[in-house]
Design a protein around this ligand. Structure first.
Ligand code: SF4
Length: 374
């Protein structure tokens, strides 16, 4: 690392990190304002290598979005259609979901990730039936399903507590939760971006309840819209605080805003430097969340690759037909093969390691021929 003036804010942060002292709000702001991105990246890389050596994790997964009908009014969203009669609105039946999975299932796949719109036309039984049908037909797929925003919606719509909703979904087959819907916690930004869905406190409360029930979950932050740097740091520190309390978050996934096809448009869409800075600062601030994931679908493959030397230690997986970011203009492919993923990871000097959803190592004996797999 280049020489750093010992009295500079960055030198103090570096000393804190290297001595295991926790960073605070001012440190986070100083990192966002520090001009030398490579210094921040190198420091985050030190932490990343201390935690995970040269390993980069990936998994073999499917992303299913079984309905994009959503009554919420998030102005950054390109995926949702407000009513079921709008162009491109869709809702898949349970048999259609099963056929969709069957057609795309490859040997060695271990996870199905499901995120949907807040569809006012569906009964709660739809979600229970979906989970049960997936468990019966594809028991090899871990069911990582429904964001905290969806759980909050189910609780209000079907008149249950978060605990009751989650217990019923777990009985039907839910095994862990994705981290979407957090967006930016600050009320100022949330009011403009997504005024009518779960608040920050409600999002955090759903995850707290899930963790108390023994579920592992992920967490996210949407950046590059209208949020201030202070609001980014505040968001990260609120996640860290819940993690101190519960320990239930596995991975943090920064989500870069994509400007196409929504009402927010091209204001402030993040640059590659922004992406790497957010990854690195996340690694430095979130000292209690084990994994930082560079989600290749939204970062782009090349940035997600370089993120592996800026603090990230996960690339997500094969994905297969991601819709949410592709409907907002992501130019990435809608799936990667294992061979491609491994090549991308090795080319940046990391060792690819396949994991399950909950970060157990996979020894895919049934899948030694990568050409047969995604
Ligand atoms: S971000 Fe989620 S809750 Fe908001 S409109 Fe899109 S699908 Fe609905």
């Amino acid at each position: 690392m280049a020489a750093v003036k010992t009295s500079s804010p960055f030198a103090k942060i570096r000393n804190k990190v290297l001595s295991g002292e926790r960073l605070d709000l001012d440190d986070g702001l100083n990192l966002f304002n520090h001009p030398a991105l490579l210094e921040i990246g190198a420091l985050a890389n030190e932490v990343r290598e201390r935690l995970h050596s040269d390993v980069t994790y990936f998994n073999r997964n499917l992303h299913l979005n079984s309905t994009n009908v959503c009554e919420a009014d998030c102005i950054f969203c390109s995926f949702a259609r407000v009513t079921s009669d709008m162009p491109q609105a869709y809702t898949m039946t349970i048999p259609q979901c099963l056929d969709w999975v069957r057609e795309r299932l490859k040997p060695g796949m271990t996870e199905i990730h499901i995120v949907n719109g807040l569809n006012p036309d569906l009964p709660f039984e739809y979600y229970l039936d979906l989970l049960q049908a997936l468990r019966e037909n594809f028991p090899q797929l871990h069911r990582k399903t429904f964001t905290a925003v969806e759980i909050h919606y189910f609780a209000r719509k079907y008149d249950m507590s978060y605990k009751e909703v989650l217990e019923k979904l777990v009985t039907a087959g839910l095994q862990s939760m994705p981290g979407g819907g957090a967006e930016i916690f600050a009320p100022r930004a949330r009011k403009k971006l997504c005024h009518d869905k779960a608040t920050a406190d409600e999002w955090l409360s759903v995850h707290r309840t899930a963790h108390q029930l023994g579920l592992k979950t992920n967490c996210t932050m949407l950046y590059g819209t209208i949020e201030t740097l202070e609001e980014r740091v505040d968001h990260l520190l609120r996640l860290r605080s819940l993690q101190d309390e519960t320990g239930g978050f596995q991975a943090f996934i920064p989500l870069a805003y994509h400007p196409d096809g929504n009402r927010l448009g091209a204001i402030g869409a993040p640059t590659g430097a922004d992406d790497l800075r957010v990854i690195a600062i996340s690694r430095l601030l979130l000292d209690n969340i084990p994994h930082i994931k560079a989600y290749w679908v939204m970062l782009g493959i090349k940035t997600a690759q370089i993120a592996q030397i800026f603090g990230a230690n996960d690339m997500d997986g094969t994905v297969t037909e991601e819709k949410i970011y592709h409907m907002s203009g992501a130019r990435t492919p809608d799936a990667l093969t294992i061979t491609e993923l491994e090549h991308i990871i090795r080319s940046v000097g990391r060792t690819p390691v396949e994991r399950t959803t909950t970060y157990e190592l996979v020894n895919n004996v049934e899948c030694t021929e990568h050409n047969a797999c995604l």
